[in-house]
Design a protein around this ligand. Structure first.
Ligand code: A3P
Length: 292
């Protein structure tokens, strides 16, 4: 394990942890290496997503669906985030556990394949992911020590010099593995679909989880997990210097248009075409939308 400082070519560095050739945020190498040995249970639900695709949102929806009650205490997904929580803590956690991780398929706990727990794969328009990740890196200076501008940062994202590596590699690998494992129960959820019609998304997830609740309850989950509600309740837990929430920042589709220049957008599109050629993921709010 090494702490590395990735230079952006403009005098700034992004501080990451390197474990066995992969980049991670500030955690423990033992915890990261221990992920493979987590004992999966049949009734675990596993959320897999590249960072900043909305894991906090999905975790809360699934938690409420499983608990069947929207008035309980405030809980955070980080209590079951595989990269941060030691195995002995995860092992003691009562079922049902909603595990979540940003690692690649081949880095998942080995018993996933044997137990065939339900896996929800979450994806988001990569331009919005890049913007959200930029703010994440800037707003957590105590971990990342990153002080560059958006222009300085974008190449780091495109080259995969960020925690969990390249978005392109991550997506291509996941698509391949989901195809290679038809025996495993996967559900793919797109951030943009959930944003446009959260009620339908919530019902689809309930179906996948084998949970049956009242129509009224699904409405309550949708309301309770709206961006405004989550920002007001859970957003209080982790705030940046100015007092605004770090995780619950904007929660919008298309915020990339407020950050990318026309040139950056075209360059991104070109790279997307080269890298994702043959990939079947389609993003409703296409990467080729023009910058206003
Ligand atoms: P932005 O930075 O674009 O606002 P993750 O949970 O994977 O860290 O992703 C965080 C992103 O999901 C942030 O995006 C955050 O605002 C957004 N998000 C969190 N809760 C949300 C919600 N209830 N509705 C919409 N977006 C949400």
């Amino acid at each position: 394990m090494t702490t590395v400082k990735i230079p952006d070519g403009h005098g700034n560095t992004l501080t990451l942890l390197e474990v066995d050739g992969h980049y991670y945020p500030n955690s423990s190498a033992d915890v990261i290496r221990g992920i493979r040995d987590v004992t999966i249970r049949n009734d675990d639900v596993l959320i897999c997503a590249y960072p900043k695709c909305g894991t906090h949102w999905l975790w809360e929806i699934i938690r409420l669906l499983l608990v069947g009650n929207t008035d309980g205490e405030i809980r955070e997904k980080d209590e079951l985030h595989l990269e941060f929580v030691a195995n002995d803590v995860i092992e003691k956690f009562p079922s049902p556990r909603i595990l979540n991780t940003h690692v690649q398929f081949h880095q998942l706990p080995q018993t996933v394949q044997e137990k065939k727990c339900k896996i929800i794969f979450l994806a988001r328009n990569p331009k919005d992911v890049a913007v959200s990740f930029y703010h994440h890196h800037k707003n957590l200076p105590m971990y990342y020590h990153y002080h560059g501008t958006w222009d300085h940062y974008l190449p780091l994202f495109l080259e995969g010099k960020v925690d969990f590596g390249s978005w392109f590699t991550y997506m291509k690998n996941w698509e391949k593995e989901m195809k290679n494992h038809p025996e495993l129960p996967f559900l793919t959820v797109m951030f943009e679909d959930l944003k446009e019609d959260s009620l339908s998304g919530i019902k689809k997830m309930a179906d996948f989880l084998g949970v049956k609740r009242s129509e009224q309850f699904y409405h309550a989950v949708s309301e309770r997990t709206s961006f405004g509600q989550m920002q007001a309740t859970k957003g209080r837990l982790l705030k940046e210097h100015g007092g605004t929430s770090i995780v619950y920042r904007k929660g919008a589709v298309g915020d990339w248009k407020n950050h990318f220049t026309v040139g950056q957008s075209e360059m991104f599109d070109q790279l997307y075409r080269e890298q994702m050629n043959g990939c079947n993921f389609s993003f409703r709010y296409s990467t080729t939308d023009s910058v206003p």
